[in-house]
Design a protein around this ligand. Structure first.
Ligand SMILES: NC(=O)c1ccc[n+]([C@@H]2O[C@H](COP(=O)([O-])OP(=O)(O)OC[C@H]3O[C@@H](n4cnc5c(N)ncnc54)[C@H](O)[C@@H]3O)[C@@H](O)[C@H]2O)c1
Length: 374
């Protein structure tokens, strides 16, 4: 007998009603997810089960007029994963990114997310993915700061004031009680000022806007970097405060001394290593991953034998106690967070559960009775 299949459709407004913007709950959820990663109760794509996702790579020149061409932050990506524990569910985030969107009233990237039953494969929910994605991305620096920031960190340095870094700032403020101010550097000074006045009201914290990156880095205990576009922020070793925690959610250009004198932590280093393989397999070589990965520069050093990759620790291992957290008040820690597909699954599942409890969203049929079972 054919079974009816239906799923919950959640548009962005439904997600807001279901609590997608609750940063405290999101940070707690992402922390639980890292516990599961540390224990190994997850699966991501690819035979090594640690792939970030499958990407449509665009080239600068294409033989067909309509084919999308390469541009800054231009890509399509599908991030698939299973997450265990109480989540016990499978999901897929599917997005397209194009920096031109910002001139056309759209966010830089547009996301949809699907949650699936792990046994039947049937969709449980299909939802707008942007807020799931920006919240989970921001929550990671919140969790990382909780475990790796020095005690009594007071100043957050924010490099880039876009959607993602706004979320990172909120998560760090939510997670670290001692924060007293934010210093924001955005390459677009006017945009930086607008964002600062919006965030000051939202978070009730002073935000100083600076027109010089060094001034931002020099006074910050926790630095969060999330910029887009061609010009990567150049962060110098001599500008970093002793004991600072630098969280790279987007790419940055770090001076040579940085890698020699800092400890490197990542969200899941085996995922970053897969990017090295991808870059080496691409016709443009490693330059193909430098634009959009925060670890590209380090991966190149590793490939050239100039950095020992076995020294990189995963945050899941630190959270589960298998690796040591901060080792001294002066230790400079660089955390590279590439974004795990399981983060989307974790937060989307939590918000889906909240939507079911609150009776939010629209139930839609996939079919009343499957044609193929008749
Ligand atoms: N690691 C993850 O999990 C993850 C997830 C989502 C997005 N990201 C990355 O986060 C980054 C930011 O995404 P977004 O959606 O906020 O982008 P966005 O385009 O909305 O905002 C980027 C901001 O950075 C500013 N900027 C650009 N170059 C700068 C520079 N050199 N110095 C200072 N500011 C600069 C821009 O003016 C803009 O305000 C992207 O690189 C994206 O790939 C990472």
């Amino acid at each position: 007998m054919s079974q009816k299949v239906e799923f919950l459709y959640l548009q962005e407004e439904d997600l807001i009603e279901a609590g997608v913007l609750n940063m405290k709950e999101c940070v707690d959820t992402i922390e639980s997810m890292f516990h599961l990663i540390g224990k190994g109760d997850y699966m991501m794509g690819g035979p090594n089960r640690n792939d970030h996702g499958l990407m449509l790579w665009f080239n600068k020149e294409e033989p067909f007029e309509n084919m999308p061409k390469a541009g800054p932050d231009r890509r399509f990506m599908s991030l698939i994963s299973y997450l265990g524990g109480d989540f016990n569910v499978i999901g897929n985030k599917w997005y397209g990114s194009n920096i031109e969107n910002l001139n056309n009233g759209l966010p830089r990237s547009v996301h949809t997310f699907t949650l699936n039953d792990k046994d039947t494969g049937a969709p449980l929910a299909i939802m707008a993915g942007n807020l799931i994605s920006s919240m989970r991305t921001g929550a990671v620096p919140g969790v990382v700061s909780k475990y790796l920031a020095k005690k009594d960190a007071k100043v957050i340095g924010a490099v880039g004031g876009g959607a993602i870094n706004q979320s990172c700032i909120e998560a760090i403020i939510t997670s670290i009680d001692s924060i007293e101010k934010v210093v924001l550097f955005d390459i677009n000074l006017e945009k930086g000022k607008q964002i600062a006045s919006k965030l000051e009201q939202l978070f009730n914290i002073p935000i100083e806007v600076v027109d010089d990156l060094d001034r931002c880095i020099k006074q910050s205990d926790i630095v969060t970097v999330a910029t887009s576009g061609k010009i990567k922020p150049q962060i110098k070793a001599e500008s970093m405060k002793p004991g600072s925690l630098i969280i790279l959610t987007g790419a940055a250009d770090l001076s040579d001394g940085v890698y020699a004198n800092a400890r490197i932590v990542s969200d899941l280093w085996s995922m970053h290593e897969k990017w090295l393989e991808d870059g080496l397999a691409h016709p443009d070589g490693l330059s193909s991953i430098r634009d959009w990965t925060m670890s590209g520069q380090l991966l190149e050093l590793i490939h050239n034998g100039e950095f020992d990759s076995s020294t990189v620790d995963d945050i899941g291992d630190i959270i589960t106690g298998r690796k040591t957290g901060r080792k001294s008040d002066d230790e400079v820690i660089i955390c590279m967070t590439g974004g795990l597909p399981t983060e989307d699954v974790a937060w989307a599942y939590k918000v889906y559960q909240n939507a079911l409890k609150k009776n939010v969203g629209t139930v839609l049929p996939l079919w009343e009775s499957s044609y193929l079972t008749k």
